[in-house]
Design a protein around this ligand. Sequence first.
Ligand code: PLP
Length: 466
Amino acid sequence: MLTNNNEDTDSQKRGQHNKESLVAGVVAGFIPSTRSKEVNKQREGGFLPSSVLLPLPSIRGNKIEGRYELTIKVPRKQVLGKRERTMKPIYLDYNATTPHDPEVIAAMRPFLEEHFGNPSSAHWYGIRTKNAVENARRQIALLLNSEPSEIVFTSGGTESNNYAITGVAFTHQNMGNHIITTQIEHPAVIEVCTFLEQHGFEVSYLPVDEFGIVSLSDVERAITSQTILISIMHANNEVGSIQPIGEISELARERGIVMHTDAAQSVGKIPTQVNSLGVHLLSIAGHKLYAPKGIGALYIRQETELTKLIHGAGHEQGKRAGTENILGIVGLGKACEIARRDLEKNIAHMRTMRDELHNGLRERTEDAKLNGHPEKRLPNTLSLSFQGLDANRLLSEIKEHVAASSGAACHSEGDEISPVLKAMNIPIQWVRGTLRFSTGRMTTQDEIESTVNVISNAVIKVRKEA
Ligand code: PLP
């Protein structure tokens, strides 16, 4: 069968699968009409096969013309050998997004199946969902050590950042027009600042050191009489470096400047309490902590004035219009309760998994350079650069076995050089060969062992090609 070697992960390609199993049957000597029980069993179990490409001559008449590829689908467990896995690649991209925690799903289910009321309605149905929203607000406040009234639900990290930054800018534009941020923020901050620059604001994008950490003296030097806002992320999504938010907030507070932190990556991975961080505003993204996508929250310290981002009816204490995303809100509340309850245990687990991966890869590959601070770093994040290699080539080599990302995460479609690694002054030949692994609650030792094998083999193979 002439082939392309696309991933065959979705059920829309069932017809294609059937054809391939038929070919596999023929090649393996099975009788196609009865089809191998084994092949069917694998399919029923959702088992996704891997490809083996064989160069075959094409025979037309008596002539051999060119070379073509035949795809035979073989079970991945045969490819992996020791470790018998079924189906999906090992997921090591928890900084991009997390699966739903089963407890989160259980908490949400009644609001999918039963409780549909509009929380603004005064009747029985509305009261059910209104109570659920307020319960979730309390769960988030407990995690952040804030008042429930200081939590506003949003559609995610991006909206929270937009609301915080434009909200302060437009509220305080008569007092000044200067904003301080860093070069390593997520686009959900950088792009808001760029937008504001087009509307008369000035933004200082501070550099970071080789570990991806901003210096306090740089922040202090950047402050002017016009500075109205400092927005610096708590932990970086690519390399995991943790910024000294508590100290920066102190500088801001002494000068009457509003302090915002994007905590999308830190909530649930390290302690994130608003009083020790000293911030006025803090952004949360549900899908980074085992809640659904499309839900988030913004912590707004009491008496912090913020021009609204979304106008409409008086939901969320008049701070964010729109009928509440009850399912998401309930999920986020539960996720925060779990994050608080299991924080220590989760940190220890994520760190152990990450460090075993790092140690395994260090032993088995040459020159794997760690990006980010050795200690002041998220416990789950491992950004490694392989000198002279192409990360996308590596990813294509491992994609059937391991899901990781090259440099940037949820926005890494192109071949763009990561601005974070650039800001850290990582030489280009290392930047190009950067893979980011991020472990999570569900990561297992078995998965880490397999990943070490898969990655080290891929590195050896790609290095030979280079
Ligand atoms: N901030 C950081 C640090 C992130 O990593 C992300 C997502 O990757 C976001 C903000 C955006 O959050 P959301 O996807 O919920 O809009």
